[in-house]
Design a protein around this ligand. Sequence first.
Ligand code: FAS
Ligand code: PHB
Length: 391
Amino acid sequence: MRTQVAIIGAGPAGLLLGQLLYKAGIDNIILEQRSADYVLGRIRAGVLEQVTVDLLEQAGAATRMHAEGLPHDGIELLFGGKRHRIDLHALTGGKRVMVYGQTEVTRDLMEVREAEGLTTIYEAANVQPLDFEGSKPRVRYEKNGQVHELECDFIAGCDGFHGICRASAPADKLRTFEKVYPFGWLGLLSDTPPVSPELIYAQTERGFALCSQRSATRSRYYLQVPLTQKVEDWSDEAFWDELRLRLDPEARAQLVTGPSLEKSIAPLRSFVTEPMRFGRMFLAGDAAHIVPPTGAKGLNLAASDVGYLSRALVQYYKERSEAGIDGYSEQCLRRIWKAERFSWWMTSLMHRFPEAGSFDAKVQEAELDYIVNSRAGSTSLAENYVGLPLV
Ligand code: FAS
Ligand code: PHB
């Protein structure tokens, strides 16, 4: 079997890349280790930058997002028992974010791919990228007990943090940078109306909390929890009780609780791989980098990587130019490191660190006070939150 681009991983990065390449007339096949239902069962991100919205439009997968997504012009920071609105729209010359769950983005991309009759091989086992440092890369995999080989011109490693592609890169040609945070996020999804029209990021003495949403009837909440805790330690009632303790009186009064549809604990880490290209294999999305979700950047970075990669591959096939693929890694990393900084900064600002003392708490308080009372401070947060322009 042969294709021009073999994509490993059918998460948002792989599916979006597949669509962008297809729209440009570039043949591609996706190999995914799990089933489509399993991929759709993952509950993750919820906030899309304009860059991501634009790429989904380019991919022909934006109709339902525009019909059901929620454009948001602001967020609120809650600290000292009071909420302060950050007017994203006014501070960034009219930009906003789209609240629309990653699950729905993935579903939309799966549906358009299927409608176009494109090939996604689910439940592909033992996927292995091979000979990518030469001119004839290939991908070996097993399906229904048969070993197959997919010949290709390029391999796109869109297989996430635990994938095979980064692990297959030559160890002497790869550098990683990592920071692990001493807490996790306990997330809960419920069919209850959002506590407030916009997202609330809460910095409290009991720890961080985030009130997000998926629609007018579905909410997503997060609590900072110690890494020692397990999701089994948290009944729905315990979750709601703790969330109430981290909200202001108005939000507490507005909170509508209900049974959890999903509940899980995600560890927080910052991670970057350099470079993101190894011969004819390119890494994109979580395969190359991870951010703590505080800045709502993970899914959006995956999208911008794929935007750069699809442009580079189009340049190769249509203009026979290698400039794009040669510049891919450096172009991505410039954007990635700015998002890593912002995500680290938001996490450092909004969470209670176990080892922090009273001085650290006062500095956090002063920085929050500065941000909400300084146009420069609020603008810096706003322009990073809505997403820096693609360069
Ligand atoms: P993904 O991990 O989504 O997809 C990779 C795909 O590759 C998976 O389907 C996997 O099954 C497949 N794969 C792996 N190994 C393979 C192999 N060897 N062969 C074939 N296929 C293989 N981001 C936010 O912006 N906000 C959030 O709130 C947020 N919450 C998160 C919570 C959790 C628990 C996690 C893990 C991540 C969260 N993220 C969040 C980040 C997340 O949204 C990612 O940025 C996003 O899924 C990245 O998409 P992909 O790069 O496609 O990677
Ligand atoms: C979410 O809705 O899942 C979400 C929103 C904003 C974040 C993180 C997660 O910063």
